[in-house]
Design a protein around this ligand. Structure first.
Ligand code: DC
Length: 228
């Protein structure tokens, strides 16, 4: 592959495998992985910590305007650390609660405007794979390689459930599936930058693929895009 900076947009619904696939693709290509969902989760966490209902747009925007939800990202040894007001919060943003708070606050223009700009600054000069919902459509429309992941809600819920159990979080598969369907709805039906496949994105259904097969499929799409 040639030496021009690589910019890869990886979008898709919750549980499609974006984060772990992006991690492995980044490792294989020797580039960074920016997880933008972590940034929305961090704003959601800021609201919860401040005792604000994430569904209260006015209160969340007042918090953001007052600098009470300052989100930063640092890369150490290639790995992302997500900072909220300077504190590393990676251990606190992976809960279901922070996930739904992140989804709720991601509907607001004040939050999207702030985070999209931060993401664009981060991706400006570095080779990166960026995962999210609106990367190919809004954050990095100029990315040469765009992939849109999908898998059925049942397959995604199974994966999410196993991840939660592995991390010591108790949950039933039924609850995880219900939460996932509600988040799918919130993410694709919101007015602002909804989850949507970019016209020039390559769709990839990971439902029937193993993790390694999915990684290979993504690498093939990236090579094709950059060899053009
Ligand atoms: O990918 P995730 O589950 O960590 O993302 C958490 C929430 O953040 C998700 O429900 C929708 C929102 N999100 C977004 O609106 N835009 C992005 N680029 C990434 C995430």
């Amino acid at each position: 592959m040639n030496r021009e900076p690589l910019l890869i947009a990886l979008d898709g619904p919750v549980g499609a495998g974006k984060s772990s696939l992006a991690d492995e693709v980044a490792r294989r290509l020797g580039i960074l992985h920016l997880d933008t969902g972590a940034m929305y989760r961090a704003v959601g966490l800021a609201a919860l910590r401040a005792g604000i209902d994430p569904r209260n747009e006015e209160a969340v925007c007042a918090l953001v305007a007052a600098g009470g939800a300052r989100v930063d990202v640092r890369f150490e040894g290639g790995r992302q650390t997500t900072l909220l007001g300077g504190e590393a919060v990676d251990d606190f943003i992976r809960t279901q609660q922070a996930g739904s708070a992140g989804s709720a606050v991601s509907r607001y223009a004040c939050v999207r405007g702030y985070l999209v700009e931060r993401q664009q600054q981060l991706a400006r000069s570095l080779s990166m794979i960026v995962d999210g919902r609106d990367i190919g459509t809004v954050v990095l429309p100029e990315a040469k390689a765009k992939i849109f992941l999908s898998a059925s809600p049942e397959v995604r819920a199974q994966r999410r459930w196993r991840q939660l159990l592995a991390s010591g979080t108790q949950a039933t598969l039924q609850d995880v599936l219900a939460e996932l369907i509600s988040r799918d709805r919130q993410d694709s039906e919101r007015a602002l930058n909804p989850l949507r496949q970019a016209e020039d994105a390559v769709p990839l259904d990971t439902g029937a693929l193993s993790f390694d097969e999915s990684v290979e499929a993504i690498l093939t799409i990236v090579r094709k895009a950059y060899d053009k």
